[in-house]
Design a protein around this ligand. Structure first.
Ligand SMILES: Nc1ncnc2c1ncn2[C@@H]1O[C@H](COP(=O)(O)OP(=O)(O)O)[C@@H](O)[C@H]1O
Ligand SMILES: [Mg+2]
Length: 362
């Protein structure tokens, strides 16, 4: 998949901005705070429906403007795709795919596909499980709309169950209202965990190879799925786990088991890199995870998604940078950096200078 054109209107620091990238490496060069990440954020929004920096649409709208819009045209093996997202300051967002407004947000997925690697990715390795679930959810949603819908169903059922738990605290006679939510949670939860298991197994196999290359074969990386409920594909077992947790859940007034408590463990040489890894090991693991995400997505989609590298070149030592650059063949890539020297051999097909929310092609 290659983006042929992107247009930002009142998005973040941009009044308007049109970008016609090349199929290879596209470089956005500029000092800090000039608007480089804003461009990647807009592209990522068209892939996932989400910003990687905020959940508040309001923040994406240029200060003083009453809406923001992003439109991306892409060329895929099966033809051209177009995604358009309009974010009004008041009212709900509108998304169009191929010019048609979509009815369900999941219909956005899979038209423009991409992987974003940014310095904050270290959080995937270092922070709590929520970051790692997001890592898995964003990739799976792009390759499987059904997964995205299961996520939505799960979130809705979870919210209802938690509300029911609060109601039960006041009126214990309402305990039976949990039955319906348990069933919905188990149903969506099984679907999520079966996709997560397959995906993480694949990711782990690919990541081990990539990690071997970038860490010069010295250390072994393994990614493991740690489900909160080990029910396999057995919905009854999932239900039972929810049922057994009812007493605790009622006391805490929240659901303590289920897919929203899943985790992913990242091991280097068999040790949890989160607790025992050095900064360098964590960074290498994070890079290997993103690059394997790219590869697993390609296997599933039948073509490369685009790759966005936000300020990561300067963080890598020359050896890892070379490894990374060596993997960009055939992948449309967007690289942001403050210093062209950081590109280290990545041949820029197109380059823009970014200054105060304006792009100038070099
Ligand atoms: N909603 C907004 N409206 C106008 N400007 C914004 C908005 N959000 C962020 N900015 C500006 O965008 C700039 C940051 O852009 P960013 O792309 O993160 O910079 P960088 O080039 O360092 O990646 C800052 O100057 C910030 O003031
Ligand atoms: Mg930036």
């Amino acid at each position: 998949m290659k983006i042929t054109r992107a247009e930002l209107t009142h998005f973040r620091s941009y009044e308007t901005c049109v970008l016609e990238p090349c199929e290879g490496v596209n470089v956005l060069l500029g000092d800090n705070g000039q608007g480089k990440t804003n461009v990647l954020e807009a592209l990522y929004l068209c892939c996932t429906g989400r910003s990687h920096r905020t959940r508040q649409d309001r923040e994406l709208i240029r200060w003083g403007a009453d809406f923001a819009a992003v439109r991306v045209d892409a060329l895929r093996r099966d033809g051209s795709h177009q995604v358009e997202i309009a974010l009004p300051a008041l009212g709900r967002r509108r998304i169009r795919v191929a010019g048609q407004e979509i009815a369900r947000s999941g219909e956005l997925m899979g038209h423009v596909t991409g992987v974003l690697f940014s310095p904050e990715d270290l959080r995937t390795v270092k922070d709590g499980p929520a970051e790692r679930r997001r890592f898995v959810d964003m990739a799976l949603s792009q390759i499987r709309p059904a997964y995205y819908y299961a996520l939505q169903r799960y979130a809705r059922a979870l919210k209802q169950r938690n509300e029911a738990l609060k109601a039960i605290a006041a009126r214990p006679s309402l305990a039976a209202t949990l039955d319906a939510w348990d069933e919905q949670l188990a149903d969506a939860g099984i679907e999520l965990s079966s996709h997560r298991r397959t995906y993480i197994e694949k990711l782990s196999a690919v990541a081990a190879g990539i990690h071997r290359d970038i860490a010069d074969g010295r250390e072994r990386l393994e990614i493991r799925y740690l489900p909160s409920v080990s029910a396999g594909d057995d919905a009854r077992a999932y239900l039972e786990a929810l049922f057994s947790a009812r007493e605790t859940d009622a006391r805490r007034m929240t659901t303590t088991v289920g897919a929203h408590r899943d985790d992913v463990q990242i091991l280097v040489e068999g040790r949890d890199v989160r607790a025992f890894g050095s900064q360098g090991q964590q960074r290498t693991a994070a890079l290997a995870m993103r690059l394997s995400e790219l590869e697993v997505m390609r296997d599933r989609l039948g073509e490369w998604p685009m790759l966005m590298l936000d300020d990561v070149m300067s963080e890598l030592d020359p050896g890892r940078r070379r490894q990374l650059v060596g993997r960009l063949k055939g992948v449309q890539t967007f690289i942001t950096c403050t210093d062209a020297a950081d590109l280290a051999g990545a041949e820029a097909g197109k380059m823009w200078r970014v200054e105060q929310g304006a792009l100038k092609e070099d």
